[in-house]
Write a protein that binds this ligand. Structure first.
Ligand code: IVH
Length: 698
């Protein structure tokens, strides 16, 4: 859709428009729309933005201001018109141009071989070309474009009638509001696809729900289909939905127009849509001439299913040639020319045996359901978090219930619901403790929180968990001081609290079984080395509530010594980037406590680095100072997070996408669009993993 020349021009146009106006407001508005549409496409379709968030916001704000000055120039396809138009009373029912059918399912090689035989018999041919693409697990939609503009978006409904959710569909930035279809001779087109939600967006959303006392949604599919039917489209906008379009179900040509050549195969049609700016699986599709190759690919792909940013529940195999598809037709349930290959189920039923209450690092009490072991998607699940009391009450799960459990990819397992129809009457209500299961202090619940909390700062479980967190990889990275050793040392009185890590009686450790000379030396060295860790790791390691790694970095870069925070107040903290009142209050409370100050002072006395020499700036003295890096593809020599840490350590910076600002692209196996783009740009140095290691001298 965009040639490298277009991309260069649009990038420069965006930069120019941020600073300047054009001669006429009409031109300024037209060009702003062009660059914003381009930026949306890069961000949502390519997953590869070149403009920073603030540049994007600047352009959007400017367009909005211009349109407010000249309301007569506002058009329905302007990016500003994605904005919600208030609440819908309910969604009108609409009929689909072509019924939205389902797919027939296959589960193994034999099913696929049978399907291939039926296809070839039906078509009366020896060989059929198949196109294979992911089966996205979301909510299916139908989009109609008329004269190049998005005219309607509808849910599947019962397949014949769906709900008109156009206002919500317009909030999804992956879906173009207009496209150059008229130029292609297309008057009207109906495109089918799936609304999906990225797994990380889903996890973050669920975390937020749980913290608000709501129950988490069971899977990204429910989240996508639920969001699509929310009446307040402003809320839909916040949820970060995405879309993948995988089928043209109908189109009419402009009078006298020729059918675009690519609309003769499925592969060609999705490539054509992609080139017009639509999000299709153009990069993921594969074509095969023999079913055995399809089968091989299906099995290979299943092993990699978790690597995609969205949930996929299988692959879809489609006859590539449209003429052949038309000949084969469909049953009332599914087309004969397509079939789904379903991956192993990730839902199973099991019995809830008991509920244990775990104490977390911050004292929160989490109910954890112990279930009869059940394999789900290749993993045996025995424990499932029930999050908090509100979730338990809302789902009305009871001990003894048969429960439906789902593990959606790398998303943690959830109890979807109890199967109430299987109840015998012997099920027992889950009782919440009033006292801490570890230290027996009375539990408290704050007004705006869903979790019960043990507020005894010396609660043994919390003390141990805090030490484990302090030593963990992303904090002080004291290898071999993992949870088992911390627990053991604590129980033996060798490790009373965090500063105690630097005062372990090694003679006593040596007398313990299982600690040879070598492992003691290793542990001593790791502890010694941790004293030199940068300040942000110490701050993160202290386990201040609501302070993750990013916030810890922000905090560390604002001071030259941690003790400066003793004199800060909420107002001063709130001035820092991305620190809201909740985080600020938590940080101030933490540093106000005598006990915490004692821990910090003791760490300082033990020689732990509590200073930051580069207050208010990025590192400028490292070997990679001022250089920018990006990693892509599957890395086999090191972990991405470790490599990124090396770059930052040496003063370099990590970028989010390939742009003219990028100096080095480090490529692992199967590097895709980022590599292509870097090659096109010609200004980026492309390194193998080995070359990267040599460059950084590791
Ligand atoms: S083709 C007539 N392709 O799976 C066209 N469907 O279980 C039929 N789905 O209702 C659809 N990914 O919502 C097709 N790449 C893909 C798909 C896909 C997900 C959904 C679709 C369908 C359901 C059937």
């Amino acid at each position: 859709m965009y040639t490298p020349q277009d991309e260069k021009r649009l990038y420069e146009q965006a930069k120019y428009l941020l600073q300047h106006d054009l001669k006429s407001a009409e031109d300024t508005i037209a060009q702003l729309r062009e660059v914003i549409n381009y930026a949306d496409w890069q961000y949502y379709v390519q997953n590869d933005p070149t403009l920073s968030d603030s540049e994007y916001d600047g352009l959007y704000k400017k367009l909005k201001q211009e349109e407010e000055k000249y309301p007569e120039l506002v058009t329905a396809d302007s990016p500003t018109q994605r904005v919600a138009q208030g609440l819908s009373e309910r969604f009108p029912t609409v009929s689909h141009l072509v019924p939205m059918l389902s797919l027939d399912n296959t589960y193994n090689a034999e099913d696929l071989t049978d399907w291939d035989r039926r296809c070839r018999d039906f078509a009366g041919v020896e060989e059929i070309e198949y196109c294979v693409e992911p089966k996205y697990d979301g909510a299916s939609i139908s989009l109609i474009y008329e004269n190049g503009a998005l005219a309607r978006g509808a849910t599947r409904g019962d397949g014949v009638m769906g709900e008109d959710v156009t206002a919500n569909i317009r909030q999804i930035k992956a879906i173009p509001l207009s496209a150059s279809l008229v130029k292609q001779g297309i008057q009207q087109i109906e495109i089918r696809g799936e609304i999906v939600i990225h797994k990380n967006v889903f996890e973050a959303y669920n975390k937020q729900r749980v913290s608000e006392g709501l129950s988490p949604l069971a899977n990204p599919r429910n989240a996508a289909s639920g969001t699509l039917r929310i009446l307040d489209s402003a809320e839909v906008r916040k949820r970060g939905l995405n879309a993948i379009l995988y089928h043209i179900s109908d189109y009419t040509l402009m009078e006298g127009a020729q059918r675009p050549e690519q609309l003769s195969t499925h592969y060609g049609s999705l490539q054509w849509l992609y080139d017009l700016g639509f999000p299709t699986p153009a990069k993921e599709m594969k074509v095969f001439k023999h079913i055995d190759d399809v089968i091989k690919y299906c099995h290979e792909f299943e092993g990699h299913r978790d690597e995609l940013p969205f949930e996929v529940d299988g692959l879809v195999i489609k006859v590539n040639d449209f003429a052949l598809q038309d000949m084969m037709g469909m049953t009332s349930h599914h087309p004969r020319w397509a079939v789904a290959f379903k991956f192993k189920a990730r839902q199973a039923t099991s019995r809830l045996l008991k509920v244990e209450f775990q104490v977390g690092r911050t004292g929160s009490i989490t109910p954890v359901a112990k279930i009869e072991p059940v394999p789900i998607g290749g993993v045996t699940v025995t424990s499932v978090s029930l999050f908090n009391e509100d979730v338990v009450r809302e789902k009305d799960v009871r001990i003894g219930d048969t429960v439906l459990v789902e593990r959606a990819g790398d998303v943690i397992p959830y109890i979807v619901k109890p199967l109430t129809e299987l109840r015998t009457g012997d099920e027992v209500e889950i009782k919440f403790p009033t006292h801490c299961p570890a230290c027996n202090s009375e539990l408290e619940k704050q007004q705006d929180e869903a979790a019960w909390r043990c507020i005894n700062i010396n609660c043994p479980v919390q003390v141990v968990e805090r030490m484990i967190h302090f030593a963990s990889k992303d904090a002080m990275d004291i290898r071999s001081l993992g949870s088992a050793n911390v627990q053991k040392f604590y129980e033996l009185g060798l490790l009373p609290d965090i500063p105690g890590i630097y005062h372990i009686d090694w003679d006593k450790v040596k007398q313990l079984g299982g600690f040879g000379e070598k492992s003691v030396t290793n542990l001593q060295q790791a502890i010694e080395q941790s004293k030199k860790q940068p300040l942000y790791r110490v701050i993160y390691g202290l386990g201040i509530r609501h302070v993750g790694e990013t916030t810890a970095k922000t905090l560390a870069s604002a001071v030259s010594h941690i003790s400066e925070f003793y004199d800060w107040n909420i107002e001063k903290l709130s001035m820092l980037q991305d620190i809201g009142p909740k985080v600020a209050t938590s940080v101030i409370d933490f540093f106000a406590r005598k006990e915490n100050r004692r821990i910090i002072d003791m760490l300082g006395a033990a020689g732990v680095n509590l200073a930051n020499e580069n207050k208010g700036q990025m590192k400028t003295d490292g070997a990679l100072a001022g250089k920018t890096f990006l990693f892509t593809g599957t890395l086999s020599h090191f972990k991405r997070s470790d490599a990124e840490a090396i770059v930052e350590e040496k003063g370099g910076a990590i970028l989010g996408g390939v742009s003219s600002k990028l100096n080095y692209l480090v490529t692992g196996e199967d590097a895709g669009s980022k590599l292509e783009k870097a090659k096109k740009l010609g200004t980026v140095a492309i390194l193998t993993e080995q070359e990267f290691l040599e460059l950084v001298g590791e």
